[in-house]
Design a protein around this ligand. Sequence first.
Ligand code: 5GP
Ligand code: ZN
Length: 140
Amino acid sequence: VAGAAQPDCVFCRIAAGQIPSSRVYEDDRVFAFLDISPLARGHTLVIPKSHAVRFDELDADTAAALAEAVRQLAPRVITAVGGDDYNILNNNGASAGQVVRHVHVHIIPRREGDGLGYRWNAGKATPEELADLAARIAKP
Ligand code: 5GP
Ligand code: ZN
């Protein structure tokens, strides 16, 4: 069920204050806290307070609030840890690496030479394939 808090969802419980976390931001719709197993110092998670598994399941107002919180928090995180840059990451579904089944956006501080890496193996596509796919995605 999208919306209602799930008693066995760890991020619902964190947003409700039932599980302790290092909170960095909170408003009516959004909660943000430090990742317990950070990929970099300052690694932050931004979540909707209402339960949804995937980004596309959010209602428009919640998605907008989530994006705005990420936009405002990212430079604060970077300033706090003295980083240079950052990745924003959101995994949707198990094959995409989502472990916690409650929408969350990672803010991952980056700096030159941090060794984290990020390049995936790029594929190839012909112009015809791209045109065909674009038409299918754009179809109402
Ligand atoms: P995912 O792989 O689902 O995109 O990311 C889940 C993230 O949540 C991981 O980076 C993991 O370290 C973090 N995480 C999982 N459980 C907890 C928790 O109980 N507290 C905090 N602060 N972070 C958690
Ligand atoms: Zn939840």
